[in-house]
Design a protein around this ligand. Structure first.
Ligand code: ZN
Length: 453
């Protein structure tokens, strides 16, 4: 039997449909996990099994986070890693992460997902690339199922340790054959290729400076055999470029192309230092970029040329990046930061509020190679969030509530609907006991920091 959900009387519904309609006094009618109608409240069915009165709320498609390392929620603001650039930051954190346990992965993933969902995100990718002490990607997937988030679980990996010229210590790298066979197991166990899938697997060696060229190439072959996406870090900062030039005698973009890592099924995090040829290569091949403005500022990596990428036709999504390089993983906050940072780099016209919201919805969907999320229209997955304009931070902004979401202090959602299920209701989770999760998370974060001493 089907179940219906009606969200009505919204101040405005932001559809992100082909005409980018913003519907005043809008409503969305959902049947099971799909959107059936979007329109003015008076034009939609008036009855449903469950009705949410969205008076004074803005309704938008659920935001899509295309880059994260959720386990890092356990290692926020560690004093040794507060002030370094990328390579220094990583070198200080690898030994701490070497003590991760399966429970830590589970609980930190739950915590990070709770934070994302509260901030308007309904679909997230997570890039887990360190597997000490029996940790598995399965532990992240269990947490996604528990909280009810749409999840693209990226099987990361590191295989080139310090003794072979890589950055990570030898103790945290894995054997390449083991990486590939575990990735294959995960795809066969969890990957759902269908529309409206709640879980997908991504093949995701960590970065050019922590895996071999062979593993990059083998990963692309494996991903294409199964029709799953590819994800890694690329061209993050000047040291990253120098490593690529010295080790491979190529720019990061040339290296990506050489390894088979371009196409609509591949997306790269950061690309702060992607050069002009790289931008055109990505545009031509449909290769995606995960833009992570807060992390790029935090690690002083630079300002990614997003305006230029968009003008060239590159698919760009947003990512909060790991919780240890963006210590506040607020998705709507990241939208705001994306808009502000482009303006710092490229002038006041470089990005509008609506363009930033579009990157975080339609852009993210494209980067994750999906056509069923990122917009509110019939036939799409029922992923949407509500923001209450009566919150203090929105005072005085009601003449343009849509822009207010991005310009004003980042707000938390009052409702989140993911795959037709009300996951947040009146600002509270319906799927987890957040207090218990946080208590355990903070204990585990303490244990992890202590273990490193
Ligand atoms: Zn990252």
């Amino acid at each position: 039997m089907s179940k219906t959900l009606l969200i009505k009387n919204a101040r405005v519904v932001v559809t992100m449909d082909d005409a980018r309609r913003e519907i005043a006094d809008g409503a969305v009618f959902i049947r099971d996990n799909l959107i059936e109608h979007v329109g003015a409240s008076v034009d939609l069915p008036q009855d449903a099994d469950e009705i949410i009165d969205a008076r004074d709320h803005v309704v938008i498609p659920g935001l899509i986070n295309t880059h994260h390392h959720m386990y890092q929620s356990l290692t926020r603001v560690l004093p040794a890693a507060q002030n370094g650039e990328l390579f220094n930051w990583l070198t200080n954190l690898y030994p701490v992460w070497a003590n991760l346990t399966p429970e830590m992965v589970q609980v930190s993933t739950l915590t990070a997902m709770a934070e994302l969902i509260m901030s308007g995100c309904t679909t997230s990718s997570d890039h887990l690339y360190i597997y000490p002490n029996g940790c598995k990607l399965d532990h992240s997937i269990e947490s996604a199922q528990q909280i009810g988030m749409r999840f693209h679980a990226a099987r990361g990996s590191m295989s080139v340790g310090r003794s072979s010229g890589g950055l990570p210590p030898d103790s945290v790298v894995e054997n390449e054959q083991a990486i590939l066979s575990d990735t294959q197991r995960l795809i066969e166990t969890y990957h759902d290729a269908g529309r409206h899938a709640m879980q997908r697997i991504v093949v995701a060696p960590c970065s050019p400076f922590s895996v071999s060229r062979d593993l990059m190439k083998e990963s692309a072959v494996l991903a294409r055999h199964y029709g799953v996406s590819l994800h890694t870090h690329l061209a993050e900062n000047a040291n990253d470029i120098a490593y690529s030039r010295e080790k491979f005698n190529m720019t990061p973009a040339q290296y990506a192309e050489d390894c088979g890592w371009v196409g609509p099924d591949a997306w790269h995090a950061h690309c702060v230092q992607l050069d002009e040829d790289g931008i055109y290569l990505f545009a031509r091949t449909g290769t995606g970029v995960a833009h992570c403005p807060c992390s790029n500022m935090r690690l002083a990596s630079g300002i990614a040329p997003i305006r230029k990428m968009l003008d060239a036709g590159v698919s760009v999504g947003l990512g909060v990046d790991g919780s240890a390089s963006n210590d506040g993983a607020h998705m709507l906050g990241e939208v705001r930061q994306a808009m502000l940072l482009q303006r710092v780099g490229f002038g006041p016209d470089a990005m509008t509020a609506r363009q930033a919201l579009e990157i975080a919805t339609l852009g993210g969907a494209k980067v994750l190679n999906r056509d069923d999320i990122g917009a509110l229209k019939p036939g799409m997955s029922a992923d949407l969030v509500l923001f209450d304009l009566n919150k203090l931070g929105f005072a005085g902004s009601w003449h343009d509530p849509v822009a207010a979401l991005v310009f004003c202090t980042p707000a938390d959602v009052s409702y989140s609907v993911i795959n037709g299920r009300v996951v947040v209701k009146d600002g509270q989770f319906t799927t987890i006991d957040l207090g218990n999760v946080l208590e355990r998370h903070n204990q585990l974060a303490h244990d992890l920091a202590e273990a490193a001493h």
